[in-house]
Design a protein around this ligand. Structure first.
Ligand code: CA
Length: 360
């Protein structure tokens, strides 16, 4: 314990010394360059669609030729030969983390940049819902559920763990229907989704998305898609794009023919991002996501990333987990309008309805 404390002090001192060296020259008044800087300390946070004001302070303004304000590298405001401190009013539509830069150019053409992060949280307070159990079904306690989805009334499950990852068509008695396809032991299976007769299966950190034809039975298709720079966690689709989570708050939309990224959104509520988004399901225009290692499911607006609903599933864990792992697995059957939830290695699967209010 003492060693840890000492280590921390050493690191803190190094940061202090490093900071003093880094910022030392700016502390000498005679050497302050002619530039514009944000008139606040640290990064800024605001709420989506709320009008906010950014204040910019001029330092040695006699020589300034131009000041520009950039948001994510795009110029959003420009001032020519400013002589007094500046203000800019803005309302940001999207949630997430963005970069503000003030770029000042002096009369000699010398440019200076001051950069800050802008965090935009949601202007929506999510509706608090609870998953009410309508009916109890059986789930295979050997299935480490990572993907669960209906396709044309048939239920499919993808499971994880190296050496045990597989995809199967299953029934509500926890039994496989038809053939089960196992992954090579080096792959850790993750989310699955189905579009136009094709089942897509992510693998956790291997960057490979396998495809299978569905038809009467599952058959693996040659080749696979690849994704770089992100984990593969959950997967669903809106009928046009594959929708993928990667363990952060980011959700990526991909083209099902090419696997190219079309766009991304960030899942935010009115406090900030919700990370560790796991198994996904697209239900009636919203993306539902398990939040890993919690009994929480969130419903996300696919356009904005704003979290619309937060669904408490504590009662499901109490009644359905057994000796299993975390809650994971959401499947909606559009033909019956029924929604099913289960967990990794859970003995039970539940048909549920999301109702208003938190349970006691
Ligand atoms: Ca699902």
């Amino acid at each position: 314990m003492r060693k840890n404390v000492k280590g921390f002090i050493v690191i803190a001192l190094m940061v202090l010394v490093g900071g003093a060296v880094l910022f030392g020259p700016l502390l000498n008044k005679d050497e302050i360059p002619t530039e514009a800087r944000f008139d606040f300390l640290g990064d800024v946070a605001t709420v989506a669609d709320l009008e906010s004001t950014i204040k910019i302070k001029l330092v040695g303004q006699e020589g300034l030729a131009k000041v520009e304000l950039l948001l994510d590298s795009k110029v959003i405001k420009s001032w020519s030969k400013p002589t007094s401190n500046l203000e800019f009013k803005f309302a940001h539509k999207d949630v997430g983390i963005f970069t503000f830069q003030v770029v000042s150019t002096d009369s000699d053409g010398l440019m200076k940049v001051d950069e800050r992060r802008l965090k935009v949280v949601s202007n929506i307070t999510p509706e608090a819902l609870t998953a009410k159990i309508v009916q109890t079904h059986v789930h295979d306690i050997n299935s480490f559920t990572q993907g669960l989805e209906f396709y044309e009334g048939r239920l499919f499950e993808g499971t994880g763990q190296r050496g045990q990852s597989k995809i199967s068509e299953i029934n509500l008695e926890g039994e496989p229907v038809g053939n089960t396809i196992k992954l090579d032991g080096t792959y850790f299976g993750e989310g699955i989704t189905m579009m136009d007769g094709i089942l897509f299966q992510l693998t956790w950190q291997k960057g490979a998305c396998f495809t299978y034809s569905i038809e009467d039975t599952l058959k693996i298709l040659p080749g696979n898609f690849n994704y770089v720079g992100q984990d593969g966690w959950g997967l669903c689709n809106d009928g046009k794009s594959l929708i993928m989570s990667d363990g952060t708050e980011r959700i990526t939309f991909r083209n099902p023919k090419t696997f190219q990224v079309e766009r991304t959104i960030n899942a935010y509520n009115n406090r900030g991002p919700l990370t560790q988004l796991n198994e996904l399901e697209y239900i009636n225009g919203k993306i539902y996501a398990n939040v890993y290692q919690t009994n929480l499911i969130v419903a996300i607006d696919p356009e904005t990333g704003k979290i619309l609903e937060q669904i408490n599933c504590d009662n499901l864990e109490v009644q359905g987990r057994g000796n299993g792992d975390v809650l994971n697995g959401i499947a909606y059957n559009p033909e019956t309008g029924k929604t099913y939830l289960t967990g990794k290695l859970w003995p039970k699967m539940f048909e549920v309805e999301f109702e208003q209010g938190r349970q006691m």
